[in-house]
Design a binder for this molecule. Structure first.
Ligand code: HEC
Length: 152
């Protein structure tokens, strides 16, 4: 009786180990994961934020804002001052021409990284249109994905 339990336990441990190995094998092989470890990410898609380690998956401007921009410009878009300076996007007259924020999001600006490689034209248009129509901004001329493409 005791031996049987022991064998069962060993079998269970073995099958657990092989499940673990299979999961690892699945997670590891592509070159994506090599890139991910280069940027220290491991699994780039752990919380669904990225399609790959280099592409955001969020479909619309509001979600992209929360995920990408709010970290620096704050959830209420009022910016922050401290270890760095993050300008307010709320009520910001510099957003009057859509081409300007689109350019900044594409190419970055001083302390802000560019997101050209991480977002599609649609995503950039979406997040720019979102900030231009929220947080006290009400510019009613949306930028199109084609215009973003032309500014790349
Ligand atoms: C890593 C922090 C960081 C992230 C993330 C970030 N920004 Fe910025 N952003 C900055 C900083 C810093 C500046 C100011 C650069 C300067 O003037 O030196 C800035 C400037 C801007 C400006 C220009 C504001 C002005 O008055 O000229 C816009 C527009 C802007 N960001 C939009 C966005 C949007 C939209 C996102 C999300 C897609 C975003 N930023 C993500 C840090 C960030």
């Amino acid at each position: 009786m005791k031996t049987a339990t022991c064998i069962l336990a060993a079998a269970a441990a073995l099958s657990l180990a092989s499940v673990g190995a299979a999961a690892f094998a699945q997670a590891a092989p592509e070159s994506e994961s090599a890139k991910a470890s280069m940027i220290g990410g491991g699994a780039g898609d752990a919380d669904g934020a990225f399609v790959s380690p280099f592409r955001f998956s969020e479909p619309d401007g509001a979600k992209l804002y929360k995920r990408v921009c709010a970290g620096c410009h704050m959830g209420d878009a009022k910016g922050a001052k401290g270890a760095g300076f993050y300008p307010a996007l709320a009520g910001n007259p510099n957003l009057e021409s859509a081409a300007y924020p689109a350019y900044v999001v594409l190419h970055g600006m001083h302390g802000m990284p560019g997101f050209a490689g991480m977002m599609s034209d649609e995503q950039i248009a979406g997040v720019v249109n979102y900030v231009r129509t929220n947080f006290g901004n009400s510019y009613s001329d949306p930028i199109t994905a084609e215009e973003v493409k032309a500014a790349r």
